[in-house]
Design a protein around this ligand. Structure first.
Ligand SMILES: C[S@@+](CC[C@H](N)C(=O)[O-])C[C@H]1O[C@@H](n2cnc3c(N)ncnc32)[C@H](O)[C@@H]1O
Length: 330
C-alpha cells in the first residue's frame, strides 16, 4: 500500500515519527533517523500547492526503501538530486528490497523509473537531477563472480543469467536504456556528462579496452530550471564541458563504490543555492550529505541498509566538526 504524498503541514509530524507505510519486503522496520546538522531553519522553496511558508526543516537521513520513503515526502521539497543507484548485476548489497539484482535489465530499469517518478514529484519545478550510472556486461552463463584479491567486494554469490535478446559477454547499455526510459516517463534529458576516471582499476580483459568512464546524466522536471553556469567554470573560464576528469576515491571500511566529493560538488553548485535541499535517495556512505554541508545546503538522504547509515552518520559528524573549525578560524 502506498500513501498519498503529504503536504507540508503533514510533513513535520510524519517524517519524524513512525511512518504509515511499510512495504512487505522491507526487512528492517522503516524508521526515521533524525539527524540534525543545520542550526538554523531552512526556508523551503515555494511549492506547487502554494504552501510557501518557511518550515524548520533539518537535514535528515531516513532508513528504508527509496520508493517508500519518497512516497511520504511533500511535492516540490528538493531543489537538486545527486545520486548513484545500485548498478545492474554488479554488487550484492546483501539486503532484501535492494535494487540491482533483477534477472532482467528491463525489470531493473522499471524499478528505477518508479523511484525516479517519485523523485520527480519531490523535486521543485526548477529542480535538477544528476544521475550517475555505469554499464554492466552479461554474465555469459556464470552464476557467480570469484572474489578478486584487490577488490573482494566484486565477488557475487549470484548473478542474473544472460537476459533474453542479449548474448554472453555483451555490454548491456544500461545508462542509455535508463535515460530513454526516464525521457519517456516525462523527464527532460539535458546532458550526458562523461565521468572519466584517470586512476581506474585495471580489468583482467584482453579482448576490449579497459572501461574508464561512467555517465552522469542531467535531467530536469521542466524546460526551464535553475542552472548557474558561472558557479563552476571550465579551464580558461570557459563554460563547463561534458567530460569531467575525476579520480575515484575509495573509502576505508566501505566495500562499494562511493562518490568522489569532487564529482558531487559541481552538481550541487550548478543547480542549487545555499539553503536549498539536496536529496540522495541512494545515500550509501553519505558523500552527497557531506558535500551539501560543505556547500551550505540542507540534505535529505535515503538508504536501505542501516550499516551504511552508520557510516554516513560518522562521515557527517566528522564533516560538521571540520566545518565548525573552519567557521571558528574564519
Ligand atoms: C552505488 S551505492 C551509493 C553510493 C553513494 N553514492 C556513496 O557515495 O556512498 C547504492 C546504494 O543504494 C542502496 N540501495 C539499494 N537498494 C536500495 C533501495 N531499494 N532503497 C534505498 N537504497 C537502496 C545500497 O545499499 C547502496 O548503499
Amino acid at each position: 500500500m502506498m500513501v498519498d504524498s503529504l503536504t507540508y503541514d503533514d510533513y513535520d509530524s510524519t517524517l519524524f515519527s513512525a511512518p504509515r507505510c511499510v512495504r512487505e519486503y522491507t526487512p528492517v522496520q522503516l524508521h526515521t533517523v533524525h539527524y540534525s546538522t543545520h542550526p538554523v531553519p531552512i526556508a523551503l522553496p515555494s511549492c506547487e500547492r502554494g504552501l510557501n511558508s518557511p518550515l524548520a526543516l533539518y537535514s535528515t537521513i531516513v532508513t528504508g526503501h527509496a520508493l517508500d520513503v519518497l512516497a511520504q515526502l511533500p511535492t516540490g521539497l528538493c531543489q537538486t538530486v545527486v545520486t548513484s543507484p545500485p548498478y545492474w548485476s554488479l554488487r550484492d548489497y546483501a539486503i532484501p528490497g535492494q535494487i540491482g539484482l533483477e534477472n532482467d535489465p528491463d525489470d531493473y530499469i522499471a524499478s528505477l523509473v518508479d523511484v525516479f517518478e517519485e523523485v520527480r514529484r519531490v523535486l521543485s519545478n526548477e529542480g535538477a537531477l544528476w544521475l550517475n550510472i555505469g554499464d554492466s556486461y552479461t554474465s555469459g552463463g556464470r552464476t557467480w563472480r570469484a572474489p578478486d584479491k584487490k577488490h573482494p567486494v566484486r565477488a557475487m554469490t549470484t548473478r542474473p543469467p544472460t537476459p533474453q535478446g542479449l548474448k554472453p559477454k555483451e555490454l548491456v547499455g544500461i545508462p542509455w536504456r535508463l535515460a530513454f526510459a526516464l525521457q519517456k516517463a516525462g523527464w527532460y534529458l539535458r546532458s550526458d556528462t562523461i565521468w572519466h576516471k584517470p586512476n581506474v582499476m585495471p580489468e583482467s580483459v584482453k579482448d576490449r579496452p579497459t572501461r574508464s568512464h561512467e555517465y552522469l546524466f542531467l535531467l530536469t522536471k521542466s524546460e526551464q530550471y535553475y542552472y548557474d553556469q558561472n558557479a563552476v567554470r571550465g579551464p580558461n573560464d570557459r563554460n563547463l564541458r561534458t567530460v569531467w576528469d575525476v579520480n575515484t576515491q575509495p573509502l576505508h571500511d566501505v566495500h562499494f563504490a562511493t562518490f568522489p566529493p569532487k564529482l558531487v560538488e559541481p552538481c550541487i553548485l550548478l543547480t542549487s543555492k545555499p539553503g536549498d535541499v539536496v536529496l540522495d535517495p541512494f545515500l550509501g556512505s553519505g558523500t552527497v550529505a557531506t558535500v551539501a554541508i560543505q556547500t551550505g545546503r540542507a540534505f535529505l538522504g535515503i538508504e536501505l541498509n542501516p550499516t551504511y547509515i552508520e557510516i554516513a552518520r560518522r562521515r557527517i559528524a566528522e564533516t560538521n566538526r571540520l566545518d565548525q573549525q573552519v567557521e571558528q578560524v574564519g
